[in-house]
Write a protein that binds this ligand. Structure first.
Ligand code: PMV
Length: 332
């Protein structure tokens, strides 16, 4: 085989990866915990062959396989291909076509789904069989959060101290807890500040060292909440964690503000709705869009209410999902 296709989910972090201990290896300063998202998927086909003179990388535009393609002169993608080639000991060039199930402009981090899909498809195309730990480590080098899209369901990325020891593993399987993540899209602008610069700036916030002190207790609470399926504890802790991430960003030098008016509108509404018994909790990544976490019984009502908020363009409903996997259906 010299061609392979992988599908991989984005993931939402309940405890965030923000700030790096060893930047070149994406080794973080803290453990993080996440859930894979069933409706935010990247599909990637990789073919390596001597018929290619250069790496050719194309992104199929927004949710429509026939809408045309865009060339991505993406250095990070080529760097990841180089890592894969190095493992296999080959110099073959690659053709890569990649397709996101969610709109490319939705401002949802596609680096986690993208780099995990690329790592699995690329290694499979070269007949390398990496175990999940090795794949998670390799994906991490492409984009830190991608390492958590390898295991199925709920994942924990233990920070480790070096390349060998920093990887994600499964915390609980897909069917462990019927949680829902309703992503409310309030901005489709391309992010002004990439997460790469965010990681680098984190330590310039005077509150970053305090964050690292508080995290062990918060991480324990998330672990306990998932183990006991305690939505109240999970919700309270993810909200605290999301605010902390944005506090660090807003107090960095230079400060980065990711929220917009609708982001804050949703945060306030969720509090009101909870007092009426409709229980949903927010978290955000490095962007304005809001992930609302709830149990299945509140999904429909929350989705309806979110879509009625001014500034919400649409929502994407996700359930816990499998991690990166190979599929037979190639994109070319
Ligand atoms: O993997 P990166 O470098 O795109 O960083 C992801 C950062 C956050 O999405 C904000 C947090 C996380 O843990 O996913």
């Amino acid at each position: 085989m010299n061609k392979a296709t992988a599908v991989s989910p984005a993931n939402i972090a309940f405890i965030k990866y923000w700030g790096r201990n060893i930047s070149e290896l994406n080794i973080p300063n803290n453990d993080s915990i996440s859930m894979n998202l069933s409706n935010c998927l990247t599909t990637t086909t990789v073919e390596l062959s001597d018929k290619y003179r250069e790496d050719e990388i194309q992104l199929i535009l927004q949710g429509n396989k026939h809408a045309g393609t865009r060339s991505l002169a993406d250095k990070r993608t080529i760097k990841q291909l180089d890592r894969i080639r190095q493992i296999a000991g080959t110099h073959l060039k690659a053709k890569v076509i990649t397709y996101n199930s969610f709109p490319a402009d939705a401002g949802i981090a596609s680096s986690a789904s993208g780099f995990s899909a690329l790592s699995l498809a690329g290694t499979a195309a070269l007949d390398l069989t990496l175990d999940k730990k090795e794949l998670s480590r390799l994906s991490r080098l492409g984009s830190g959060s991608a390492c958590r899209s390898i295991p199925d369901g709920f994942a924990i990325w233990e920070k480790g101290v070096d390349d060998e020891t920093s990887f994600a593993s499964q915390l609980k399987p897909v069917n462990w807890w019927r949680l829902v993540d309703i992503v409310a899209i309030v901005s489709t602008e391309k992010k002004k500040a990439s997460s790469l610069s965010g990681h680098a700036l984190a330590k310039t916030s005077p509150y970053y060292s305090r964050r690292l002190e508080l995290l062990p207790k918060r991480t324990k609470n998330i672990l306990r909440a998932i183990k006991r399926k305690n939505i109240g504890l999970l919700g309270q802790t993810i909200e605290e964690e999301a605010i902390d991430l944005h506090l660090i960003a807003m107090s960095a030098r230079d400060p980065v503000f990711y929220w917009n008016g609708a982001t804050i509108g949703i945060m306030k509404s969720l509090r009101e709705w909870r007092s009426e018994g409709v229980e949903g909790y927010f978290t955000m990544d490095a962007g304005a869009n809001v992930h609302v976490i709830c149990e299945r019984k509140h999904e429909k009502e929350l989705n309806r209410r979110l879509n009625a908020i001014e500034g919400v363009q649409y929502t994407i409903v996700n359930y816990p999902a499998e991690g990166a996997r190979l599929v037979e259906d190639h994109l070319f």
